[in-house]
Design a protein around this ligand. Structure first.
Ligand code: G16
Length: 581
């Protein structure tokens, strides 16, 4: 075996800004490219946080195909080996979706150190876009706060990193094994694997592919991979595995080639950034019965029905919860253990839990907060309003899984998306929901607004708040708001104590809750941006009787109230959201 020289130690200056956000470190690509050792420092910090017992254990590495991914992979390989990691598994072309990494980590357990995912998720890519580095722990899930805080602390004090300068650059274009020896480290093995194979296997274990194949043969769909990582997964699963002898000629698969800059688009599956999908469904209302789009790294999903009928992520979670028994995975022995949602996600799933007798847990925004409950065997299905849906099959949200799950429900009920949703609302009642995003606003002003709003909702008497809300509601399409309906019941800044490990997460979102379960307003700052700030406002109203209205019309009152109470226009200078979900 060829032997390479021992690792070298490179002196470096620590950075103070490598604090991971909601899910990993995300920054403009330029920062990773131009700031000396910026990537190396963060990678060394992740590796330094790993347990010292590394020999013989594998580290999974992959990403969403964005610009700078392959170069970062090369650096990770050299730094990881220099720090005693002797086995690495990398996706071909450095491509692995976030759910696929989670699955690989779990399949390699207990001999897996975790995974490094090169992604900034739904943020744009390319030299002028964003890049990101995220660490997943050995359960397959995003690193929890304790781990990311440790990585951050290490990064702030880092004075050097170790690197194997002369080991060969791994050929990422071809599946294969590279073995060599490194002086003082020993034998090293690097596997470049097919990016989709293990994931496809998992999907076959979860779903009835025969049922789906039959259904899809007469139910044309439009799938939009948004030039993100899911392209190869879509091709393999939808166009090969789930096709009849030839691919369903009527179905349409868009943007299935991963591109380093996502074709110049924002790989965020919502109605604004996946407008091409929405348009095709609207223009062909009788041709396609279902549409789905996924984000850059394949963990988010947007689902649509014929004519562009939009399914909110909160509702898709509830519908899946009510129909889990249609999916083979949830029958015995796995069963349905419990349900969960992030705090801003609507309470639609709570209604299902209540009626069907499942516990529903509420956690802060961030998939990492579901992991402990899943590991403890208390949680089967969970979701977030931010287009995330998933189950305990892995420890990440999973875009392709979500669409296969939804299609399975459609196939088993032989119904359209619209009818499925309307019948669901008739049975369980409806939580009208809207999320307003004010993207890329001034960070200082956004923080000022949130600070002032917190003071206000925590110190103003509830009667006074109610009055201010009613005054604002009068400017909406609802002309005669009753005091009773808009009565403020409680206000807080959401705080969470993990049921399993007792860890506490504070300051997770400002809330005004109305009495009698009428609804609520929630504000928080996004934790996934790379510069400036994005303010998210979540509005929700419950209705058991009138369930087929238009959320934009039904929630006009709370839109006006949220603007007035938060003083968004006065403090931040904006009042029109850039994205409405
Ligand atoms: C990440 C997390 C999600 C979370 C979302 C929130 O999503 O993985 O669990 O819901 O961030 O985003 P924000 O803080 O911007 O509201 P992703 O898809 O970006 O990894």
């Amino acid at each position: 075996m060829v032997k390479y020289s021992a690792p070298t130690v490179v002196k470096t200056a620590a950075y103070q800004d490598q604090k991971p956000g909601t899910s990993g470190l995300r920054k403009p690509t330029k920062i990773f490219l131009e700031k000396e050792n910026y990537t190396a420092n963060f990678v060394q910090s992740i590796i330094s946080a790993l347990p010292l017992e590394r020999k013989g254990k594998v580290l999974i590495v992959g990403g969403d195909g964005r610009f700078y991914g392959p170069e970062a992979v090369d650096l990770i390989v050299r730094i990881a080996i220099a720090n005693g990691v002797t086995n690495l598994t990398i996706g071909q072309h450095s491509i692995l979706s976030t759910p696929a990494v989670s699955n690989l980590i779990r399949r390699r357990a207990p001999n897996c150190l975790g995974g490094i995912i090169l992604t900034a998720s739904h943020n744009p890519g390319g030299p002028d876009g964003d890049f990101g580095i995220k660490f997943n722990i050995p359960n397959g899930g995003p690193a929890p706060d304790a781990v990311t805080n440790n990585i951050y602390e290490i990064s702030k004090q880092l004075g050097e990193y170790k690197i194997c300068q002369d080991v060969p650059t791994i050929d990422l274009a071809n599946v294969g094994v590279t073995e060599f020896e490194v002086d003082t480290i020993g034998p090293v093995r690097v596997d470049v694997i097919d990016s989709v194979e293990d994931y496809v296997q998992l999907m076959k274990e979860i779903f009835d592919f025969n049922l789906l194949r039959d259904f899809l043969s007469s139910f044309p769909v439009v799938i939009n991979a948004m030039h993100g990582v899911t392209g190869p997964y879509v091709k393999r699963i939808f166009q090969q595995e789930l096709a009849q002898t030839t691919p369903n000629p009527n179905s349409l698969y868009l943007n299935t080639v991963p591109l380093p800059d996502f074709g110049g688009h924002h790989p965020d599956p919502n109605q604004t950034y996946a407008a091409d999908l929405v348009k095709i469904l609207k223009d062909n209302p009788t041709k396609y019965g279902f549409g789905a789009a996924y984000d850059g790294d394949g963990d988010r999903n947007m689902l649509l029905g014929a004519g562009g009928f939009f399914v909110t992520p909160s509702d898709s979670l509830a519908v899946l919860a009510a129909n889990l028994n249609a999916i083979p995975y949830f029958n015995k022995p796995n069963g349905i253990k419990g349900l969960a949602r992030s705090m801003p996600t609507s309470g639609a799933v709570d209604r299902v839990g209540k009626k069907l007798g499942f516990t529903v847990y509420e956690v802060p925004t961030g998939w990492k907060y579901f992991g402990n409950l899943m590991d403890a065997g208390q949680l089967s299905l969970c979701g977030e309003e931010s287009f995330g849906t998933g189950s305990d099959h892995i420890r990440e949200k999973d875009g392709i899984w979500a669409s296969l799950a939804f299609l399975t429900v459609l196939a088993s009920k032989k119904t359209s998306v619209k009818d499925l949703l309307e019948n669901h609302w008739k049975e369980f009642g409806r939580n009208y929901f809207l999320r307003l995003d004010y993207e890329n606003v001034d960070g200082t002003k956004a923080n000022q607004m949130i600070g002032e709003l917190e003071k206000k909702i925590m110190s103003t008497p509830k009667e006074q708040l109610t009055k201010e809300i009613i005054d604002a509601v009068k400017t909406s399409s609802i002309k005669d708001p009753s005091l009773e309906k808009y009565k403020v019941d409680a206000t807080d800044n959401f705080e969470f104590t993990d049921l399993i490990d007792g860890s506490v997460a504070k300051g997770q979102g400002l809330r005004i809750m109305f009495a009698n379960g009428f609804g609520r307003m929630v504000w928080r700052l996004s934790g996934t941006g790379s510069s400036g700030a994005t303010i998210r406002v979540y509005l929700e109203k419950c209705d058991d009787e009138h369930v087929t209205g238009d959320a934009l019309v039904v929630l006009d009152d709370l839109v006006k109230a949220s603007l007035a109470i938060s003083r968004l226009q006065a403090v931040v200078g904006v009042d029109t959201p850039t994205v409405i979900t």
